[in-house]
Design a protein around this ligand. Sequence first.
Ligand code: ASP
Length: 339
Amino acid sequence: MNRPKILIIYTGGTIGMIQDKNGVLQPFNFENLLSYIPMLKDFPAEISSYSFETPIDSSDADPDFWVEIVEVIEKNYDHYDGFVVLHGSDTMAYTASALSFMLENVNKPIILTGSQLPIGLLRTDGRENMISAIELASMQRDGKPVIHEVCVYFESRLYRGNRTTKYSAENFDAFRSPNYPWLAQAGIDVKVEEDKLWTSKNAPLVTHKKLCRDIAVLKYFPGIQPKTIEAIINIEGLRGLIVESYGSGNLTTNDKIIKLFEEAIDKGITILNITQCTVGSVVHGKYATSLKLMNCGVVSGKDMTIEAAITKMMFLLGMDCPKDKMKQLLMQSICGEIS
Ligand code: ASP
């Protein structure tokens, strides 16, 4: 039987960092990383690795960095059965969400993982995360990968990437997928929830590399000044605004503020409503405090995470699709980001 071919792409993050003389964690060269897990050479998969020339702390991630990851995957797509992307945990949920939109029709596992402690430390969580991610990426049935989507693997669980959010800055169990169940759990056995997996179209991979950065996020809070909202919607070249609302998408009935949103929409800015709650969904019209928003043309982001909402907006604005199509696509699931 042929061993699945897996490419590990090291982009940076704590997993591959060492402390400099001042005790500050800095990314270092990946060649050393594999030497910390020598048993990988006996793994029932053919493992190759690729390291970014300049690995980064993921807090420096941006759309150009996502394009770089997409290009490495695209170049190697036909030669490998699965990809494990080693990435810092801070913005892993953003990268996973972005990749899910940028890699259309993906029919192989793209699993992002990393760690809270560097792999060189005795108590590292990086070793288990990396080994289980490789095991999941290698899973095949009838010679075909079992997983065909962008995922995050962290502390025993595999999640749909565009459903994740970083939840803890101190626990190994750092991620949550608040509105979608996990896809697999690694205990004594690795148990995959097959009915939860994304079913890919049998179509060639299409990559999207144009992302629009002319967007902003407005976190609403009691007492926000209309002039703050006005300043944001008057940012030169702004094309998309994500408003983080309360509860099930509620904001205000204050006509002065609703008028500002109306003016922004008239100027061509797309406004998307995402709840500040971690669990649950925007339901326009449930309360009077969301009805006015809906009536003035604000789009419901339903139960998308903020990470999925930001990257989806960048992606759709980058495609320059017509306004109505854009609104429709924002409200419907493209690759499993909405229930
Ligand atoms: N600051 C690091 C990063 O996101 C944290 C981590 O790797 O978990 O790159």
